[in-house]
Write a protein that binds this ligand. Structure first.
Ligand code: SAM
Length: 284
């Protein structure tokens, strides 16, 4: 048994990184998937519509801005660590509200907005790679900022709703197939900017999660070193902790300038940071 608050079309494929509320429409596919992934059989007990700041009960039809609440315990009999307090915080999060207002698929949009403004990462006509792109708010930011004058190749393990000007690959970037699909999509074109917001599914074992996060960042750096044009830029998420300093030093061998950023939209208690590399030197 488990307890989950969820919803949206854009997070329909997200699992088991729950709970989550974003904008979009869905018939609670996310919650059904979360339930399957936990391997328990519970019924959806209540479904609510979120309208403005109010919450209204729905009867399980297709939802507007919605989340569903399933109340139970996880396999070990413990309450899930996300509960009412988390939901309260999430619903009152100004970035969540602003993302809904501006039509961004997730609050992560504001992290990238801060990075691109501060480090001047965007220029019209560029080719951008977005690693770990779903539900797609970073692609939205890049397209919006460049008025569509951009080519984006994006990849995620999860499905992502289509977007004009974005070639999306559903696959695992950490596998040879995923990398091959990216190479094929690029057709040899040099890349101006590699973005990675990839995050591992959290196991709760801190050392393992840390190692996975750094591992994903290293793969992104390797890819950037192979595909960026000279002078190109890079921004990657990783958790601060074991291996993050070494990663920054590795990045510093590839770029003229390397910065460690913690955007305001990144929650203070989260260990996530972004390493930004400016001016690719052309060799690792
Ligand atoms: C924080 S979310 C990205 C949010 C996104 N930047 C946005 O603005 O909508 C992290 C994403 O990384 C993806 N991811 C994690 N490991 C991956 C991998 N090996 N290959 C592709 N995507 C991966 C997850 O599926 C998840 O959707």
């Amino acid at each position: 048994m488990f307890r989950a608050w969820s919803i949206s079309r854009s997070t329909a494929g997200v699992s088991p990184c729950w709970p989550m509320v974003t904008t979009g429409e869905s018939a609670c596919a996310w919650a059904r998937k979360a339930r399957r992934s936990v391997g328990v059989n519970v019924n959806i007990r209540q479904v609510y519509l979120i309208q403005g700041s109010g919450i209204k009960k729905d009867h399980g039809q297709r939802l507007g801005r919605a989340f569903e609440k399933m109340t139970s315990l996880n396999k070990s009999g413990k309450k899930h660590r996300f509960g009412k307090a988390w939901m309260h915080e999430h619903l009152n999060d100004p970035y969540v509200k602003e993302a809904q207002r501006r039509g961004f698929r997730s609050r992560a949009a504001f992290k990238l907005l801060e990075l691109v403004e501060r480090d001047q990462l965007l220029r019209p006509g560029m080719t951008v790679v977005d690693l770990g792109s779903a539900p797609g708010s970073w692609c939205q930011v890049v397209r919006e900022r460049l008025s569509g004058q951009v080519k984006i190749i994006a990849i995620d393990l999860l499905p992502m709703d289509g977007m004009n000007g974005v070639e999306f690959i559903q696959g695992d970037f950490a596998t040879e197939e995923g990398l091959r699909a990216m190479r094929e999509a690029l057709k040899g074109a040099p890349v101006d900017l590699v973005l990675s917001d990839m995050a591992p599914n959290l196991s709760g074992v801190e050392a393992a999660d840390q190692a996975r996060s750094v591992g994903l960042a290293e793969l992104a750096l390797e890819f950037a070193a192979l595909h960026l044009r000279e002078g190109g830029d890079f921004a990657v998420k990783l958790f601060q902790g074991a291996g993050s300093d070494t990663f920054r030093q590795q990045a510093a061998t590839c770029f003229d300038k390397v910065y460690v950023r913690k955007p305001k939209a990144s929650r203070g208690r989260s260990r996530e940071i972004y390493v930004v590399g400016k001016g690719f030197r052309g060799s690792v």
